[in-house]
Design a protein. Structure first.
Length: 329
């Protein structure tokens, strides 16, 4: 009896200013959807991709969602045939964890489809392999929040140690995605190979301050700590008008503003939806000055992560569909 499942995995903001490769949080939207169906073929197949403009490969070994599913099945010793449909609901090369969302959606879906033999935390290493396929680096600051939800700290990569960080419930993210593309590999290639000790000390202090501010709900401490003295000064050169966009966000009431992941998306944090909307308008205006359109997303921190949208299974000659509503609590 073949079964089918539909899963959503959210976009994420990684680095969060000072936390290069170690901090990230999940958004409510955008994100990716996958539809998985069991088959009798004993093979993993990728039958359909939409929303990518034809850019993503149907080759199972090169697609993040398909490759991690195949790796997962080998790990649990299953020869279950799986067919995948991937629906991209977010822009590629946006700095919002597009490859992570695909990998997480696929993994979470196949795990649910097979009765959840692994916990969410146990799925993380497989999702990280999807990041290695996409960018050459198996980082976790996108896949961890996409899978687990919330605000996460990657305390260690060897061994992998992921910590969920409490955060104020009225914290809101404003994200603008300029209509340009920056490849993760390119954004990594321009980074400095060494940094000054004084800069490292300042960055460590900001990471500690940001985490303390989140836990304590201290917005002033969060504001003082959302500073990146190492990565942002280099990567911001790839984003047109970045300095003015950031200044506009801060003048509109943002607690802080920086690059989301490797860019070109830019995020700002605030403590109300009203302020988040004003920030969005100000940031969009500065991009329009130089003729660049952008997508805008305003979202509380998504505390759910990947979620099931619906399931189907054979019942007689018909397929029965059930739908689980979204809840961010």
């Amino acid at each position: 009896m073949n079964k089918q499942i539909k899963v959503f995995a959210p976009a994420t903001v990684a680095n969060v200013a000072c936390g290069f490769d170690v901090l990230g949080f999940a958004l409510n939207e955008p994100g990716d959807e996958v539809i998985l169906q069991t088959t009798d073929s004993n093979e993993v197949t990728l039958s359909k991709i939409t929303g990518d403009g034809g850019k993503l490969p149907l080759d199972v070994s090169k697609n993040t969602a398909a490759a991690v599913i195949k790796h997962y099945l080998a790990h649990i010793g299953s020869r279950q045939g799986i067919d995948i449909q991937l629906h991209k609901r977010m822009p590629l090369g946006s700095g919002l964890g597009s490859s992570a969302a695909s990998a997480v959606a696929g993994l979470f879906a196949v795990n649910e489809l097979l009765g959840s033999p692994l916990t969410r935390a146990e799925l993380l290493p497989f999702a990280m392999e999807g990041e290695r396929i996409a960018s050459g680096a198996a980082h976790a600051d996108n896949v961890a929040p996409a899978l687990l939800g919330g605000f996460v700290l990657v305390r260690s990569y060897n061994p992998l140690d992921i910590v969920s960080i409490p955060f104020p419930k009225d914290l809101v993210a404003t994200v603008v995605h300029p209509q340009i593309e920056i490849r993760t590999e390119d954004a990594r290639s321009i980074l400095k190979k060494s940094i000054l000790l004084k800069d490292a000390i300042q960055q460590w202090g900001n990471i500690g301050g940001l985490i303390a501010g989140l836990i304590q709900g201290d917005y002033d401490l969060i504001k003082r700590s959302l500073q990146d003295v190492i990565i942002e000064p280099v990567r911001s050169l790839l984003i047109p008008n970045f300095d003015k966009v950031k200044q506009a966000a801060l003048e509109s009431g943002a607690l802080g503003c920086s690059i989301s992941g490797s860019g070109p998306s830019i995020f700002a944090l605030s403590n109300s939806l009203a302020i988040a909307g004003e920030i969005a308008s100000a940031m969009r205006k500065e991009l329009k000055v130089i003729g660049i359109d952008c997508d805008v997303y305003i979202s509380p921190i998504n505390n759910v992560g990947a979620r099931v949208l619906g399931v189907q299974q054979e019942k007689g000659e018909n397929l029965v569909f059930t739908h689980s509503s979204y809840a961010n609590d």
